[in-house]
Design a protein around this ligand. Structure first.
Ligand SMILES: [Zn+2]
Length: 184
């Protein structure tokens, strides 16, 4: 793995620095070989968390992979303990709900529009009816949001529309994969 070679390179640089600071050694090559063996042993015994959890490149990489496969959701901790995994999962699920469901209908966003003032999104029909019932201006229906919404603050959110569509396709794919497993 690329990371392993990066670790080895770092270790090697460290050893070379150590070596050049020691002019007293009779057999530098032999010493170097010995140090290197110790480093290798250390690397081998390192757990994944110690080896990769602290590596920024690896974290960035994980983050990128996560964003491609779980758009709009928060990434759970890299190496959380087993007890916390459940709560991470719940956070992710509620995050997806907030992002892809209309707060008025509580179903998947349909023809989503977003507010320019607070960035909250709604199914077009739902917020249109809601606004009409409130005579053209309403408090944002999202709990905890204190912004007001008027029809002219709303814009068709094509980006979000594509995200919802992709999310639904993903769910469908997962569902059919699950069905396939059951049938087998
Ligand atoms: Zn809002």
């Amino acid at each position: 793995m690329l990371l392993d070679s990066q670790r080895r390179l770092e270790a090697e640089e460290k050893l070379l620095a150590k070596l050049s600071s020691r002019s007293d050694l009779a057999k530098p090559e032999a010493e170097y070989g010995k140090w290197w063996e110790e480093e290798e042993e250390k690397l081998k015994n390192m757990g994944d968390a110690a080896k990769y959890g602290s590596n920024e490149k690896y974290r960035d990489f994980r983050q990128q992979v996560w964003e491609v496969t779980h758009e709009g959701e928060a990434m759970p901790a890299l190496f959380g303990d087993a007890n916390q995994e459940g709560s991470d999962e719940e956070l992710v699920i509620s995050g997806a709900r907030l992002t892809y469901k209309c707060p008025i209908t509580t179903t998947w966003l349909n023809d989503p529009v977003s507010s320019k003032t607070c960035k909250h999104s709604f199914s077009r029909d739902a917020i249109t009816d809601y606004l009409r019932a409130q005579r053209g201006e309403c408090a944002c229906p999202v709990g905890g949001c204190s912004r007001r919404i008027r029809a002219q603050d709303l814009y068709a959110d094509r980006v979000l529309e594509r995200k919802v569509a992709r999310h639904l396709r993903q769910l469908e794919a997962e569902e059919s994969a699950a069905t396939y497993t059951v049938v087998r």
